[in-house]
Write a protein that binds this ligand. Structure first.
Ligand code: GRF
Length: 219
């Protein structure tokens, strides 16, 4: 068990970052957010970091000719802050092996859909458009694909007949916050194990913990 030294990458409002900051402050999570890096100046996540007294950096992808150069700069920022685990929390860029190889097996992402369904942008709307009965979110290890890495945990959210995108996204977001903190706590406790499944694909086990949450019924 070791206190996680987190680097959190954000692009937007930062409510997932806030969930991590609150869990660290309350002692729920044995971790410290060492730096927050945003690719968009003015992102709400930056203000959240500053309010929490956490180092906040803007690293704009527009300042770098290639995705690899952008990632190399992110790695510099993360290394300077002494980070050992990287969280993509509402981060809207595809990361490359430059970042993944710098933190092997230690980059996680929160996605607002039940992967492998609905990868990419606006998974919440994709789910509604397909008329699913159950939506949700996924925390997974990041690989070089788009939302394709080994799944660590998922939360299911019932879809209501009168749901519109923002109402469903709000209920999923509540589960994202809880699921992300759960997974980070399991990482800090050394519970997360990756092994090859029967098909050869990497599979995740979490020792002593259920990898699912169900948010069903009226909330
Ligand atoms: C969340 O649904 C997240 O999964 C998606 O962006 C939304 C906002 O995240 N990538 P946050 O409030 O910026 O953490």
């Amino acid at each position: 068990m070791a206190r996680l030294k987190l680097g959190v990458l954000c692009s937007g409002g930062g409510t997932n970052l806030q969930a991590i900051l609150d869990a660290c402050a309350s002692g729920r999570l044995d971790a410290e957010v060492r730096v927050v890096a945003c690719n968009r100046a003015g992102a709400g996540a930056l203000a959240r970091a500053e309010r929490a007294g956490v180092a906040a950096r803007v690293v704009s992808h527009r300042d770098h000719a290639t995705r690899e150069d952008f990632d190399a700069r992110l790695v510099e920022v993360l290394r300077e802050a002494g980070v050992d685990t990287v969280v993509l929390a509402g981060f809207m860029r595809i990361v490359t092996p430059v970042l993944l190889d710098a933190f092997p097996g230690r980059v996680i992402n929160i996605h607002p859909a039940l992967l492998p369904a609905f990868p990419g942008l606006d998974g919440q709307r994709q789910a509604l458009d397909h008329g699913v009965a159950i939506a949700g979110c996924t925390v997974h290890l990041v690989d070089a694909g788009t939302d394709t890495g080994p799944i660590i945990a998922q939360a299911a959210v019932a879809v209501r007949d009168d749901d519109h995108r923002d109402a469903l996204a709000a209920r999923i977001l509540e589960q994202e916050h809880a699921l992300l903190v759960d997974v980070l706590a399991w990482l800090a406790e050394g519970r997360v194990e990756v092994h090859a499944g029967p098909s050869g694909r990497a599979r995740v086990r979490v020792a002593g913990r259920d990898r699912w949450r169900f948010a069903v019924g009226p909330q």
